[in-house]
Design a protein around this ligand. Structure first.
Ligand SMILES: [Zn+2]
Length: 548
């Protein structure tokens, strides 16, 4: 694609306004001047190789030249001085909740600000666009996007919310829906086995559907059945699906939730390593936070809340039943959440007493003269639930697990984010900050991984995983998805109490050669494309050949 003259005029004017140089003539390349030149930057090319100093020239949607010796400014129509900045492939978000909403938020600002140029819509629950082909064809968005066939969606389309196994004919209909999505260009099968109705599915059902994805060169990605007490069984299940369906598998947002499971990442990573030693292709990704976010209902056993608020009130009024509820809340707090430390439950919205929004359960206990322990916490939580409940941030992961997972050679990154209209609602800060947080907290401040390794995990690894062999590396001939950022200042700003803050540090961002952020400002351009499968062209069976 050759960028339109309108775009170029806009670029040149914008650059002149910024006081940057725009050279129009004197091109020496026989193909004419480059459209854009990034001059004086340090290239972190995405392969994991050491950084090097080079100028990068772009023509159309491709990287035309990577020149360590430099390229004269006169050879390009537009020149951006990127001295002191890093030039890297645009980042790939392995999982965000965009599969049916991206067209409503076509500029995806909270993602772009993180340096993300490609978002993979691996859906764990909810709707899959259908027909996928039509949805893909109609998209006009800023980032590149990739789609998956959705297990939850296919199951619900055939079985509704029924808690039973499919009859053989029903299973065939589910397989046909997965087959259709794969033919439309899905990258694989995605599951969310913790959610209704996917949690009604036996492993064998998932294997059957994953085999369909495998035949079309797809991969398998999953929000596993249980990330807390059942974590090890869940990893076992994912590995079994990979083995029996014959396709690569990827754990989305790999974590060990709940104080009882802290440290288990040593065991899950060992399981991944031994599966890989067996010849299976198992990978995983994570978001770099130690907290999740959801309502107070997760602190109760399902039976306690069944039938709604009045039923719960009746149960809580009966001393024997209340004691049973209390014991369960205590256990859940201990094993599946933050252990005995009540400061790990942070109110986001406590409607019955908004003064506590942003403060913790430990603060509330202290104000009431109660100790910071499980007994006090369980009683307070039951009382608050009787007053309408709350939403909270649960600081239920151990940073040592986050770091251990991040260091693993086959770990990648994701936001687990949503397209967020600026200032609306209470998003988890990961929607605004996940990728810059890796570069700030874990690369620059703690040195957990090198910049080169972090960029590799954000670029070439995920692009290889979904079969995009012309993206993810800064190399001549590749698509010009590029991020230019300041390695000294890039940082997430969104917090749990003040989430609506864009990340800082991304100076320029190009998608298919077109700037979507330039001089730290959004351009409003929508050059994103749909990245179609097959993710594994060499594994496509039968007559269904890789598409061009
Ligand atoms: Zn998920």
């Amino acid at each position: 694609m050759i960028p339109s003259p309108r775009l170029h005029r806009g670029l040149v004017l914008a650059l002149l306004a910024l006081g940057l140089s725009a050279a129009g003539a004197g091109a020496q390349d026989p193909a004419g001047p480059y459209d854009l030149l990034l001059r004086g930057g340090t290239v972190v090319d995405g392969s994991g190789a050491p950084r090097f100093r080079a100028d990068v020239a772009i023509r159309g949607d491709r990287i035309a030249r990577v020149a360590p010796g430099g390229i004269p400014a006169s050879e390009a129509r537009v020149v951006l001085d990127v001295e002191g900045l890093v030039v890297a492939p645009g980042f790939v978000d392995n999982h965000a909740h965009i599969q049916t909403t991206i067209h409503e938020h076509p500029l995806a600002e909270n993602f772009l600000r993180q340096g993300i140029t490609t978002i993979l819509a691996s859906l764990h629950s909810g709707e899959q666009p259908h027909p996928l082909r039509d949805y893909m064809a109609a998209l006009r968005v800023a980032p590149n996007v990739g789609f998956f066939a959705g297990h939850s969606w296919a199951r619900q389309a055939v079985l509704g919310l029924e808690n039973r196994a499919p009859e053989p004919a029903e299973l065939e209909r589910m397989k046909a829906l997965v087959e259709e999505a794969m033919r439309d260009g899905a990258l694989g099968l995605a599951t969310g086995l913790v959610y209704v109705p996917a949690n009604f599915a036996a492993t064998e059902e998932v294997i059957e559907l994953a085999r369909v994805a495998a035949r079309h060169g797809g991969i398998y990605v999953s929000h596993m059945r249980d990330e807390a007490t059942g974590l090890l069984d869940s990893v076992r299940e994912l590995i079994r699906i990979s083995r029996e369906a014959g396709l690569p598998a990827q754990i989305n947002h790999h974590k060990a939730v709940g104080a009882g499971q802290w440290g288990w990442s040593e065991r899950t990573l060992a399981m991944i390593d031994s599966a890989r030693a067996e010849g299976l292709d198992i990978k995983h990704d994570l978001y770099p936070y130690t907290a999740s976010s959801t309502g107070s209902g997760v602190l109760f056993p399902q039976w306690a809340l069944a039938g709604g608020r009045d039923a719960f009130r009746e149960r809580a009024a009966d001393p024997a039943t209340r004691a049973r509820i209390r014991a369960e809340v205590r256990r859940i707090l201990m094993e599946e959440r933050g252990g005995g430390d009540l400061s790990r439950v942070q109110f986001r919205v406590l409607a019955s007493d908004p003064r506590y929004n942003g403060r913790t359960l430990a603060d509330l206990a202290a104000d009431r003269g109660l100790p910071n322990d499980l007994d006090a916490g369980a009683d307070l939580i039951i009382d608050l639930q009787l007053q309408g409940g709350f939403s909270a941030i649960y600081h239920a992961m151990d940073e040592a697990d986050v770091i251990r997972i991040m260091r693993h050679p086959w770990a990648m990154f994701e936001t687990d984010g949503d397209p967020v209209p600026y200032g609306v609602g209470f998003p988890h800060p990961r929607s605004y900050g996940a990728f810059p947080r890796v570069l700030a907290r874990y690369v620059r401040e703690q040195g957990v991984i090198t910049l080169e390794e972090a960029v590799r995990k954000m670029t070439s690894m995920p692009m290889e995983q979904v079969g995009q062999r012309e993206r993810g590396v800064v190399r001549e001939g590749m698509f010009a998805d590029l991020v230019v950022f300041d390695p000294e200042t890039i940082e997430d700003r969104a917090t749990y109490t003040d989430p609506h803050q864009y990340a800082v540090g991304v100076r320029h961002l190009l998608v298919n050669g077109v700037p979507v952020i330039q001089g730290s400002s959004f351009t409003g351009e929508r050059p994103g494309r749909v990245l179609r499968g097959p993710a594994r062209p060499d594994r496509v069976a039968g007559e269904d050949r890789p598409r061009g």
